[in-house]
Design a binder for this molecule. Sequence first.
Ligand SMILES: N[C@@H](CCC(=O)N[C@@H](CS)C(=O)NCC(=O)O)C(=O)O
Length: 419
Amino acid sequence: MAADPLSWSELEALVVERPERWGEDRSDGPTSAQARLRLFGQPESQVRVTLYRDHHAWCPYCQKVWLWLEERRIPYRVEKVTMFCYGEKEAWYKRLVPAGMLPALALDGQLVTESDRILEVLEQAFGSLGPGLADPAVLPLRRLERLLFRAWCQWLCVAHGGRGDAEAREQFRRWAAAMEQVLAASGGPFLLGTALSTADLVFVPYVERMNASLAYYKGYLLRQEHPAIERWFSALEARDTYRGTQSDFHTHCHDLPPQMGGCHANGSARQSQLALRIDTGPWPILDGPQADPETSEPRPAEAGAIALARVLRHRHTLLQRNPLGAAGFDPALRAALSRLALGTATAPPGGSAAGLRHLRDRISVPRDMPLHAARALRSALEATAAADPLSPGGQGEPIPQQHRRDQDPRPFLTNAPSV
Ligand SMILES: N[C@@H](CCC(=O)N[C@@H](CS)C(=O)NCC(=O)O)C(=O)O
């Protein structure tokens, strides 16, 4: 029998502790998308760097610079800026960078744009992360990354017929195999050997996006097809730094279309099956003993607790912005959170499935919470929606493909609690 949902105060009481490893100690703890100041144990007076990156952590070039600062443990402040695809660019940022492009970085008050130029300036000021961008070992790898990127765009963003799709896939496979050869020659798990270096950071943002988008739009599992890339990802996922910036399949598959000018599904049976699993679960998206293609990190025990704490922090805005309206969504959200916290089947009011799935489809990783916490929350929302006694098949508003203005960050900024 289904239990009654907990009240908000009962749910609040379940968030008993906020250990450092949840990312709540943001200035000195592990890498966190919510951090606005990173000190790495140094006094605030030592901060020379401000990173301007996008609110949702969707911008790949921002991720490269962000990860570099985290790996090199350089103290920095974060200023978040809206991307054109999800809202209006802040006037103060347009005064700083008239074209509005991200990332930008200020070092000792001097503004730098263009991610590679930013890394060069950081290398000059603080020393490089392994061989630097201009190192003869790194230059050919930077070229390889661009070739892989181009092959990915050619496959993902062009509407191919059956034969064209197969050709584009083989072209992509060739460049992915070239990356594998580099990893094999280095002895791995990283591109230049056992230590992570700038060369790896050059590849991280787009290879992460390739892994997600090719599963969803092409039914191609990059990590399964290319074992050395699987080992590379696993080595990255062993690091707090990477895990703090890492997104997931669902987030990328729906943030890329407006950024890339469209992504084309090839319509194969495998593609349709994987896309459905990425959208609706259950997660992980592969069954049985197969390796999880999204992450090698096992689910941490506190995944559900982190998700609960993150939703409670923003609950007023989430309620107001739901298509069911605040009063309509309130008991449904409490039902889902009760399931998340206690693991018990909790009855939602009839007709709430659409509101629950609306939220399920709008959890963004790592912006809102880490990958496993998001999975726990999406699973609880989906299971609660499926238990809707009136319309268990109800769906949220479709995720737009041309823009993501449904993800305007402003309501979350003005309503955010101060702690
Ligand atoms: N070559 C630039 C590319 C930067 C870039 O394309 N940034 C995109 C986001 S990924 C941007 O800021 N677009 C404006 C916007 O989306 O608001 C770099 O390496 O920094």
